[in-house]
Design a protein around this ligand. Structure first.
Ligand SMILES: Cc1ncc(COP(=O)(O)O)c(C=O)c1O
Length: 454
């Protein structure tokens, strides 16, 4: 019979390594030397040597007895849809709003539909422009295109991998309807600057917090600073129900709109065939909500482990020439760590191309990714802008001007040098972090050899 992973198992797995390093009285540096020296002399795994690790990183999602109980409760209640009385969805909305310190929460079927609802709440439509970063998941742009508005990209700050908030103002025009910053990887954007510029130009802010469930700016959770904040609970996320989304707001009018819009435009009372406006079916199911309520019970604990491990990992990685972990802005009091972001400078690795570095790292047993490609250069974006629908709504001159404004040279560089590790790796042990740093050092030591045998 399948054995449940209990809360005790989780604590044991996660803290074993942490206690291991601490118990030996090792500092980050001492631990890193130990990890580095043992494996760095070995031949790289990609050239037939022994990998730094063969053990997998922690599996995701974590499933415990309470998850199954919550799920079965919905099953047996036979009320699987939230329309009408939605007991679990309503309960999760209350709990998530309280957890974040927001007045209202509205759940949706996924993060994309949360953003889509938010843009509808702000009345974004044809002829409007919405400001966003080019370094984000495609959904942030797709929802703008779904409104037949123009996505206007503001270049990235390579040091943080976030939107360069100081460059937002230059992209604002009379057509700008909203600003949509993304707390990428859980690392908060410079909200002081974003909000100052938005307020100056009287523009609403939609925070795409889809990757930032525990991110905090000046001790207040991200998603609660802008007019609306959106989350995703998709399978990879730090709070996961397979699919799912939520919108946070402190504005009763926006709350009423979102609640109604995601339920086919029904009125606040959820009345059967009485509609307050147009809308869609963007509802979360009761199963998703019940699972979220259970998964939520361990988010805080998992997040603290990620933060501690990330800090320890940063201590080691920043000492490796050519590896630069993403900086956090001064106002950041907590990083949500959906991703561990860093930049790779091949000049310190005998000019070994990033793709080969990533291959070598995965062969050492370290999952990694080169991350996004520039969203502003997506072929389908051009196709969409040149489509019959867009040509009908915007003049050729407007579209040509839009294209001229969308170059993001810093982001192009970021997309070439980025390396990501994943949140699941950060809920591992300290020795897992030692393995990551050890593998990077090992590749650096053998970079010349790897380069010549590429
Ligand atoms: C930054 C960002 N925005 C939006 C989304 C869309 O969320 P979903 O996949 O739940 O629709 C995601 C999901 O990966 C995301 O990472």
């Amino acid at each position: 019979m399948r054995r449940h992973f209990t809360r005790r198992d989780f604590i044991r797995t996660v803290s074993a390594g942490a206690a291991g390093a601490a118990g030996l009285g090792m500092t980050a540096g001492a631990a890193s030397c130990a990890a580095g020296s043992s494996s760095a002399t070995e031949k790289p795994a990609i050239l037939g040597g022994k990998p730094v690790r063969t053990k997998p990183f922690p599996a995701w999602p974590v499933v415990m007895e309470n998850d199954e109980k919550g799920w079965m409760e919905v099953l047996h209640s036979k009320e699987w849809c939230r329309a009408g009385n939605g007991h679990f969805a309503t309960q999760f909305e209350d709990v998530w709003a309280k957890t974040l310190g927001a007045k209202y929460c509205v759940t949706t079927s996924c993060g994309t539909t949360a953003l889509y609802t938010a843009l509808n709440a702000l009345g974004v439509g044809p002829g409007d422009e919405v400001i966003l970063p080019p370094y984000t998941f495609v959904a942030t742009m797709n929802v703008i295109l779904m409104q037949h508005a123009l996505p206007v990209f503001v270049d990235s700050d390579r040091e943080t991998s976030q939107i360069d908030a100081h460059k937002i103002e230059a992209k604002i025009t009379p057509r700008t309807r909203a600003v949509m910053p993304v707390h990428l990887g859980g690392n908060p954007v410079n909200l002081d600057v974003v909000l100052e510029v938005a307020q100056k130009h009287k523009l609403p802010v939609v925070e795409d917090a889809c990757q930032a469930h525990t991110g905090e700016w000046r001790k207040r959770r991200v998603s609660t600073w802008g007019d609306l904040g959106c989350f995703s609970f998709q399978a990879s996320k730090n709070l996961n129900s397979g699919e799912g989304g939520a919108i946070l707001t402190n504005d009763p009018g926006l709350h009423e709109f979102c609640q109604s819009f995601m339920d086919q435009g029904r009125g606040a009372a959820g009345s059967g065939f009485a509609y307050a406006r147009h809308g869609s079916n963007l509802r979360m199911t009761e199963f998703q909500a019940a699972l979220l309520l259970q998964q939520l019970t361990r988010v805080e604990e998992q997040s603290r482990v990620r933060e501690q491990n990330a800090e320890y990992l940063t201590g080691m990685l920043k000492e490796i020439p050519g590896i630069t972990p993403a900086r956090m802005y001064d106002g950041t009091t907590r990083n949500g760590y959906h991703l561990y972001l860093l930049r790779y400078d091949k000049s310190h690795f005998a000019d070994l191309p990033r793709a080969r570095f990533l291959q070598a790292l995965s062969k050492e047993g370290i999952p990694c990714s080169g991350g996004y490609s520039p969203l502003n250069k997506e072929h389908f974006l051009k196709e969409r802008i040149n489509s019959r629908v867009y040509q009908k709504m915007y003049s050729a001159k407007e579209l040509a001007e839009w294209e001229e404004r969308n170059a993001c040279p810093e982001n192009d560089k970021l997309c070439e040098e980025a390396v990501w590790f994943f949140q699941t790796m950060l809920i591992g042990s300290r020795s897992d972090m030692d393995d990551i740093a050890g593998a990077v050092r090992k590749i650096q030591k053998h970079a010349g050899e790897l380069q010549s045998q590429s």
